[in-house]
Write a protein that binds this ligand. Structure first.
Ligand SMILES: Cc1cc2nc3c(=O)[nH]c(=O)nc-3n(C[C@H](O)[C@H](O)[C@H](O)COP(=O)(O)O)c2cc1C
Length: 245
C-alpha cells in the first residue's frame, strides 16, 4: 500500500510526531510505502489568484512544477494524509496554500477520477482549541476532490512542542491512533470495494447539472464531456461489492 503524507509545517513538533505514531500503527497492519511532502518547502509560492488553472488549464499555473509534483504524489498513493498544526483556529498558511492550489481539481471544476477511490486521513494538533475546525477545512478539500472515505483525528496537546507533552497524553494519543489507524488501513486496502458516499455523489450530480449549462468553449464543460460524464457515463456506476465493517 502507498500512502502520501503532506505536512502543513516543517518543524518536527507535535503534528509531525503524532503522524509518526499514526505511521507506526499503520505499519503494524501491513507493509506501507510512504511518500512525504513538507510545506512550505515543497510548495513555496502562494496561489496568486490568477484563475489560470481554472480558466485556461493547470499547465498555465505559475507554480505548476511544484503543485503538479505534489498532485502526482497524491495520485500515486492509495491513501493521503493531510496534517496541520492549528494556527488562528484553522490550518497553517502553507497548508491553506496547498488547498487553494488544488481548487481546480474540485468536483466543481475538473476532478481527477483517480481520487474517487482513494481514502484520506486528516490530522491536526493544537495547544487548546481549533482541531475540529482545522480538520473540517482539511476534510472539505478531500471531500470536494471526491475521496471515497476521509478519517480524522485532532488533539489538544497543551504544549508548544512534542517534548512538552505529558507522557499520559502521549499514551492517549497512541491509543487513539491505534484505533484510527486500523480503520484507515482497512478502508484503504478495501478502497475499490467500498460504497461511494451519497454526499459525494450528490455534489457530483449537482455539478453535472450546472456544468451542462456552461458555454461550449468552457474548459470545465469540455473536460466533463471528454470524461463522458455529461453523456450518461457516470464514474459512480461500478457499485458496491462489500461494505466496510
Ligand atoms: C502562529 C501560531 C498560531 C497558533 N494558534 C493556535 C490556536 O488558534 N489554537 C490553539 O489551540 N493553538 C494554537 N497554536 C499552538 C499550536 O497549534 C500547537 O502548539 C501545535 O501543536 C503546534 O504544532 P507543531 O508542534 O507541529 O508545530 C498556535 C501556534 C502558532 C505558532
Amino acid at each position: 500500500m502507498k500512502i502520501t503524507i503532506i505536512y502543513g509545517n516543517q518543524r518536527k513538533g507535535s503534528t509531525y510526531n503524532s503522524v509518526q505514531l499514526l505511521k507506526e500503527e499503520l505499519n503494524r497492519n501491513g507493509t506501507i510505502e510512504y511518500s512525504e511532502v513538507f510545506l512550505p518547502a515543497d510548495l513555496p509560492e502562494f496561489c496568486r489568484g490568477c484563475f489560470d488553472c481554472i480558466l485556461k488549464g493547470e499547465e498555465h499555473c505559475p507554480d505548476k512544477k511544484q503543485i503538479q509534483s505534489v498532485i502526482a504524489k497524491m495520485l500515486s498513493a492509495d491513501g493521503v494524509i493531510l496534517a496541520s498544526p492549528v494556527y488562528a483556529l484553522d490550518v497553517s498558511a502553507p497548508m491553506k496554500n496547498l488547498l487553494d492550489h488544488l481548487c481546480y481539481l474540485w468536483l466543481a471544476h475538473r476532478p481527477d477520477n483517480q481520487f474517487f477511490t482513494k481514502t484520506g486521513f486528516v490530522l491536526s494538533t493544537s495547544a487548546g482549541k481549533g482541531t475540529k475546525r482545522t480538520n473540517r477545512t482539511l476534510k472539505l478539500t478531500l471531500d470536494y476532490l471526491g475521496f471515497k472515505r476521509v478519517y480524522s483525528y485532532g488533539v489538544n496537546v497543551a504544549a508548544s512542542d512534542w517534548s512538552g507533552i505529558s507522557e499520559k497524553k502521549k499514551t492517549k494519543i497512541k491509543a487513539d491512533l491505534t484505533k484510527k489507524a486500523a480503520k484507515f488501513y482497512k478502508a484503504t486496502i478495501n478502497r475499490e470495494n467500498l460504497r461511494f458516499r451519497p454526499k459525494t455523489r450528490g455534489i457530483f450530480l449537482m455539478m453535472k447539472n450546472l456544468i451542462k449549462t456552461y458555454d461550449d468553449d468552457n474548459l470545465d464543460k469540455n473536460y466533463w464531456l471528454k470524461q463522458g460524464w455529461l453523456n450518461g457515463n457516470s464514474p459512480y456506476k461500478k457499485e458496491v461489492i462489500s461494505e466496510e465493517k
